[in-house]
Ligand binder design. Structure first.
Ligand code: A2P
Length: 275
């Protein structure tokens, strides 16, 4: 079984999950069912991925009990309002065919719209309702986190950010740790824009530990206390990515991987995104 970690507001999150972007409904139904049968217990989707219906079908098709699975979704900027977050959650639940979410995230801060604080206040209210077991943010910078925490005295359970050996985000990670916020890594093996999996240091460590480059990189996340959510549409790679709890990297190897850092995330500033 995948180990779990305890979040700030008490929920238990599996130490690795399966991402579903950019899978469509049909693909995500297949991938989610396959992932759960392979042993994954965390599934990550979003309103913006337009695949919640497929993800929900995959959850049902897997035969795995709802209570055994940690389901995350995220809402778009049109719901950034104190009284809009509940309808946002209800919309996701309807699409997924579920009664509650394990984790709901503000997908992007969208600072030019400047309503992420209201969205956060709405999430804090929603947590009390029981419709969601944990609340968080995605793609928030330290300044955004500081603002919502100062205003509400409530820190997110999770901030999900783009993070890989090529973008280690050490400063925001330190802030997370100080506030008890768990870091989730999206595009944890570097996504399509970097060459993490072919970096000489990764290949060398992979040879040394007799694992694939992707397993080495995912193990690096796990040892740093991050929760990676790799996506693979390929059944063999999907299974491979979960097999990272039966070997260990040395401190030196972790350090060598962290040294691949290229500075700021490859992802453009948050206002370029958001929906
Ligand atoms: P595929 O879906 O064909 O497996 P990230 O989650 O970091 O954004 O990376 C996703 C990309 O990495 C996808 O293109 C995915 O392709 C590929 N990928 C996922 N798992 C592996 C793996 N174990 N080895 C190589 N590539 C992988």
């Amino acid at each position: 079984a995948v180990p779990t970690r305890r979040l700030l507001h008490g929920a238990q999150i599996p130490a690795i999950g399966v991402g579903t972007w950019p899978l469509d409904d049909a693909q995500s139904e297949r991938v989610v069912a396959d992932a759960l049968q392979a042993g994954y217990r965390l599934v990550d989707t979003a309103e913006n991925y337009r695949n919640e219906t497929g993800v929900g079908r995959g959850l049902k098709a897997s035969g795995v009990e709802r209570s055994e699975v940690f389901v995350t979704s995220k809402f778009n900027k049109r719901w950034h309002g104190k009284d809009l977050v509940r309808p946002a959650a209800e919309r996701s639940l309807e699409s997924l065919g579920l009664e509650y979410l394990d984790l709901l995230l503000i997908h992007w801060p969208n600072p030019s719209q400047d309503r992420y604080l209201e969205a956060w206040e709405g999430l804090v209210d929603l947590l009390e309702s029981g419709l969601v077991k944990a609340i968080g943010t995605s793609n928030f910078k330290q300044s955004h986190l500081e603002r919502i925490i100062a205003a509400t005295q409530v820190a997110p359970d999770v901030n999900q950010i783009q993070l890989s050996p090529a973008a280690t985000r050490s400063s925001v990670r330190t802030f997370h740790t100080e506030h008890g916020i768990l870091t989730e890594s999206w595009s944890p093996i570097g996504g399509k824009d970097t060459e993490v999996l072919s970096a000489p240091a990764v290949l060398e460590i992979a040879r040394a530990v007799e694992r694939t480059p992707a397993q080495v990189v995912l193990r690096w996340h796990v040892q740093l206390g991050l929760v990676p959510i790799p996506k693979s549409a390929n059944p063999e790679r999907l299974r491979q990515n979960l097999q990272v709890f039966d070997f260990e990297l040395s401190e030196q190897q972790v350090h060598e991987l962290s040294a691949l850092d290229q500075g700021e995330s490859v992802v453009a500033d948050s206002d370029a995104f958001g929906h």
